[in-house]
Design a protein around this ligand. Structure first.
Ligand code: SF4
Length: 366
């Protein structure tokens, strides 16, 4: 039977072994400074915003594309919002892209091109919450700060065998991660510490099959001592995601153009182009009810099938109503634009709407 480890963990020896491992094995990521190089706050900030809700593998390509097009925060501030949203397509959660652009303009303008260095000041900028502020302060500026992402959360929960389930246990895990964080530069290396913990979580202390044999912290780790690594972090049972329903209006003009419309700036997919739709609600729409919400009167016909998409908090099912409209049909409420489906790629159309376009493609075409 495994023997639980109860002696207090020694942060100094944990850091020493972690840094040795990180120096040999850490990931080579395009936003990271190399050995002896200074971190570029612009690259750190950009990568951290992209990494919110998105995997490292996906972010790499987008990051390289962004820094090639906009190498500095001033370049990004000078770009128009639509081209930023367009370059962001596929990363999802578009409010991040709008905040990214707003933040670049503030930093390039009011802040003279320099990012603030403390967590408190960073949090005043759009799109920067507690985690991102801590990550930038530690990685870009060497401040003592403890960003706790999913990797750091998992490693810490296992090291200390935190039994309180998530999400309630997050506060305790953050305190414990803070207790391991080294002092600000030049005395300590809090940025490297955060990145080393992230790498350990991504490469060794993985969610399903942690490789404790290869872990530099195995002699300290309480979960490994209990032979129960996979049990941590303990999670509260998940609630089922609700299903919401909407109806989309595929309006086709005689010249084959289809109506697109900009969504309101605030809310889900804010500022993105959409094929006009009703609200997304829990009760399914009947075609009769939906027609009352259409951008204009037409002989709307339901298409067979459903378009399904999953957001973080709900599943969405959309049905499509297709209708022919005259050459003089307006643009809905002034936020609309008529566009050939073959040219949809020129617009910042979210993945969901691309699915709708594929589903409706050819409906009512001459
Ligand atoms: Fe994770 Fe195992 Fe290392 Fe503990 S010993 S931190 S469970 S990989």
């Amino acid at each position: 039977m495994a023997t639980p480890r109860t002696a207090p963990l020694n942060p100094t020896s944990i850091r020493r072994r972690l840094f040795r491992w990180y120096g040999k094995t850490g990931r080579d990521l395009p936003w990271r400074a190399g050995q002896g190089e200074k971190s570029d706050p612009y690259r750190v900030w950009l990568s951290e915003i992209m990494l919110q809700q998105t995997t490292v593998a996906t972010v790499k390509t987008y990051f390289e594309d962004f820094v090639a097009r906009w190498p500095t925060v001033a370049d990004l501030a000078g770009a128009d919002l639509d081209s930023v949203l367009h370059a962001w397509q596929g990363l999802g959660y578009y409010a991040r892209a709008r905040n990214l652009h707003k933040c670049a303009r503030l930093v390039a303008g009011d802040q003279g091109g320099r990012f603030p260095q403390t967590e408190e000041e960073l949090k005043k900028l759009p799109g920067i919450g507690d985690y991102t502020a801590a990550a930038i302060a530690a990685i870009a500026f060497g401040k003592k700060a403890t960003p706790v992402d999913a990797n750091i959360e998992r490693v810490t929960a296992r090291l200390f065998a935190v039994s309180e389930p998530l999400p309630g246990g997050r506060r305790r895990i953050s305190e414990l991660a803070r207790s391991l964080t080294p002092a600000s530069k030049p005395r300590g290396r809090p940025g490297d510490f955060a990145q080393a913990m992230m790498d350990l979580g991504a490469m060794v202390c993985t969610p399903r099959t942690p490789n404790c044999q290869a872990c530099p912290l195995v002699t300290d780790c309480r979960a490994a001592g209990l032979r129960q690594a996979e049990r941590y972090p303990v999670k509260a049972p998940k609630k089922a995601r609700p299903v919401r329903h909407g109806m989309v209006f595929w309006a086709v003009r005689p010249d084959g153009r289809v109506l697109l419309r900009q969504r309101p700036e605030k809310g889900l997919l804010g500022g993105m182009m959409e094929i006009p739709s009703t609200d997304w609600r829990e009760k399914a729409w009947t075609p009769g009810e939906a027609v009352a919400e259409a951008p204009f009167a037409a002989d709307w016909k339901p298409l067979d099938g459903v378009v399904r998409h999953t957001f973080t908090h709900f599943h969405l099912e959309l049905m499509v109503l297709a209708g022919r409209v005259g050459a003089g049909a307006g643009g809905g409420d002034g936020r609309g634009e008529w566009c050939l489906p073959s040219r949809f790629s020129e617009h910042a159309l979210p993945t969901l709407m691309k699915k709708v376009a594929r589903h409706a493609a050819g409906a009512l075409a001459e």
